[in-house]
Design a protein around this ligand. Structure first.
Ligand code: FMN
Length: 376
């Protein structure tokens, strides 16, 4: 970030609105529509941003902090920042290297990656590209449970540090931008690599199955609208890895997740891609935190764009956040270098936001950093 002061402009803009617009100019129109799209009227996507913008931080002065400590410990693992990359499917729509480029950028910045079940690279390929860098595996539990169990076993064998089971997309949201373009990366075979490489999935196909048959089988079994909390308990029995449930918005669902074996929850609207007109994740966060108590890890996503947003989420009870679309725009613009650029911007911005609110570390962040109309 000193380069700007040295008179060198960055290759990519540091302004996220401009970055999204630039990605829209270079990515294939249908790919950009897939990544940027939201459900229905877009109300949930807008509410996600509005919730952050409605909160105000109160700057504090002369605390003598040279550089704030942004580290956090989750499941016994120390992370340099309270940020992980959100699982975003089918990243080859943005760049041919897809998730392999993303994870290398994640490793360069110290930010762990949560890899989607519907990644365009296999979880083993991404593990190799990651080296020893920490990463978690996001699971959509397939209706063919044997395939689900196989995915979990492979994630364990490849060194993924947690399973994040996503529960808010057992029915896919109504997404006009995707519907109107008539485009699905998956139906073109992008985003099903973890299935076509899976021995249990392949055993369910005829020996001479072609790519179309694999896609059709994937479409039949890859998700399950009949899932219940008992299935979560079953999943709990499969693995000793930390288990998080992603897509929680009601405090009772957070309690149910813990009762059925979860170790943590992710408060999320799926980036506004599921229920149109939903409560925002940030609005739900304090109630979810209160429901699970202070010791259970609570993460959140949907609408995080700046360092101040991360701070606001932490102030309302999040231990860490998942960062979504902007890094895929970086990937579309400049591959792994673009992802790294976007992450470095966020991390610099977060360190500054901490310092400017007078916090020496994340432990100092609480509701008091937010203006509540009473500054006495
Ligand atoms: N969430 C999952 O749990 N699994 C996925 O495979 C997945 N794929 C996504 C693909 C795209 C293109 C987008 C935009 C989101 C996806 N999500 C998925 C949701 C993200 O993990 C995250 O909740 C969301 O992007 C956060 O919102 P934001 O990007 O506006 O910050």
């Amino acid at each position: 970030m000193m380069e700007g002061l040295a008179g060198r402009a960055p290759r990519l803009t540091t302004d996220l609105t401009a970055l999204e617009a630039a990605a829209g100019r270079v990515m294939a129109p249908e790919a950009f529509a897939y990544v940027s799209g939201t459900a229905g009227s877009g109300a949930t996507g807008r509410a996600g941003r509005a919730a952050f913008e409605a909160l105000r931080l109160v700057p504090r002065m002369l605390r003598g902090t040279r550089r704030a400590d942004t580290s956090v410990t989750l499941f016994g693992q120390r992370l340099p920042v309270p940020v992980l990359l959100a699982p975003l499917a089918a990243q080859q729509v943005a760049h041919p290297e897809g998730e392999s480029a993303t994870v290398r950028a994640a490793a360069a910045t110290g930010v762990p990656m949560v890899l989607s079940t519907f990644a365009s690279r296999t979880l083993e390929e991404v593990a190799e590209a990651a080296g020893g860098h920490p990463r978690w595996f996001q699971l959509y539990l397939p209706s063919d449970r044997a395939v689900g169990a196989s995915l979990v076993r492979r994630a364990e064998a490849s060194g993924y540090g947690a399973i994040v089971v996503t529960v808010d997309a057992t029915h896919l949201g109504f997404r006009p931008a995707e519907l109107d373009s008539g485009y699905s990366p998956f139906l073109r075979g992008t985003g099903i690599a973890n299935f076509t490489s899976d021995p249990v999935f392949r055993a369910g196909l005829p020996a001479d199955a072609d790519a179309t048959q694999a896609v059709l089988r994937w479409a039949q079994i890859s998700t399950d609208p009949t899932l219940t909390w008992e299935d979560l308990a079953w999943l709990r029995g499969l693995t000793r890895l930390p288990l998080l449930v992603k897509g929680i918005l009601h405090p009772d669902d957070a309690r149910l997740a813990l009762e059925h074996g979860a170790d943590g929850v992710v408060v999320s609207t799926h980036g506004g891609r599921q229920l149109d007109g939903s409560v925002s994740a940030l609005e739900s966060l304090p109630a979810v935190r209160a429901a699970v108590g202070s010791d259970v890890p609570v993460l959140m996503d949907s609408g995080i764009r700046t360092g101040s947003d991360v701070l606001k989420a932490v102030a309302l009870g999040a231990d860490a956040v998942l960062y979504g679309r902007p890094y895929v725009y970086g990937l579309g613009l400049d591959g792994g270098r673009g992802v790294e650029h976007v992450l470095r911007c966020l991390l610099t911005d977060l360190a500054l936001a901490l310092a400017l609110t007078g916090c020496a570390s994340l432990a100092d962040v609480g509701p008091h950093v937010l203006a509540n109309g009473d500054l006495r």
